[in-house]
Design a binder for this molecule. Structure first.
Ligand SMILES: [Zn+2]
Length: 300
């Protein structure tokens, strides 16, 4: 049997799989998203798409059989889940199943990994290191975040090469640069690197009870250095975060701490009144505010 056919056979088995967990699929059942604790069942089986689907707007989780197997077996990767599923339902998938991974998980050769490593090595003893020390960061933190120094980083806003610090995005193939002499952040072209990711995204799902949402990357790093958890929106804005939380909710409380300027205040008001507040899953709280001047140096 070819693999596409094997997958077509596997998907509808979700009903059997759910029943095997003791779930009555004729009725709605309690949401299987671990971050969504609920008393009223709001998940149902979507037999057209072969997915378990949560109807609440704040959650909206959709799981196919592979997602469910992964939820039930923490630590199992997608390829492992396929193997388990095919074994469970006696489907002959003909060989290794790693290429069944969804397209977005496809491993592409990292574009910026080499540069990031090189810049991190160059930071030692450079004026970049002096600059970051002046911003209150420890050498340990610089290493942890692989901060780097590029003596001739071409800066698009300024239109010339500038001695710059480089800030890679944890968990992503992406970095931004900032000239040491001025606040002219530059990032890769979207056509080359894709849209700017959320900075330090893994912090959202690290199990931290609270995650600060700030604008600047160095600000997030300062909070992490102080023992907290933080992500930075960078140039991405709140919409990117809203999309992220829709796709994958977090159980962490989110503390929105945008800059104490007009756009920052406006974003907080909008988020409080609108979509972001609807995304907080049960049990999660949001503290919204502006201004970080009491905690860390601003104007980074
Ligand atoms: Zn749910």
């Amino acid at each position: 049997m070819d693999r596409t056919a094997a997958l077509q056979q596997l998907k509808p088995r979700i009903e059997e799989y759910l029943q095997g967990k003791g779930i009555d699929t004729r009725h709605n059942f309690k949401c299987l998203n671990p971050a969504h604790q609920e008393n009223n069942p709001s998940m149902g089986l979507d037999r057209v798409n072969h997915q378990a689907h949560c109807f609440t707007i704040s959650c909206g989780a959709r799981y196919d059989i592979i997602d469910l197997i992964k939820l039930d077996n923490p630590g199992l990767d997608t390829a492992g889940a396929f193997e388990m599923a095919y074994r469970l339902y006696n489907i002959d998938a003909g060989g290794p199943t790693a290429d069944f991974q969804p397209v977005q998980n496809e491993q592409k050769a990292p574009k910026y990994a080499d540069k990031i490593e090189r810049y991190a090595v160059a930071l030692k003893g450079s004026e970049g290191e002096t600059y970051l020390t002046g911003r209150g960061l420890s050498i340990e933190t610089m290493r942890r975040f692989k901060l780097g120094y590029s003596p001739e980083e071409y800066n698009k806003p300024l239109g010339k090469p500038m001695p710059s610090i480089t800030i890679p995005y944890p968990g992503a193939d992406y970095y931004i640069s900032r000239p040491i002499s001025e606040k002219a952040y530059d990032k890769p072209k979207t056509s080359e690197a894709g849209p700017e990711p959320i900075f330090n995204l893994p912090a959202l799902y690290s199990g931290a009870q609270a995650v600060f949402i700030v604008e600047s990357q160095l600000c997030a790093i300062s909070i992490e250095q102080a023992g907290g958890s933080a992500i930075a929106l960078g140039g991405g804005g709140l919409n990117r975060l809203i999309q992220q939380l829709k796709a994958k909710p977090t159980s962490a409380a989110l503390i929105l701490c945008l800059d104490n300027d007009a756009p920052g205040r406006e974003a907080v008001v909008k988020a409080g009144a609108g979509e972001l507040s609807a995304l907080f899953v049960n049990g999660s709280t949001a503290i919204m505010g502006v201004g970080l001047s009491l905690m860390v140096k601003t104007d980074l």
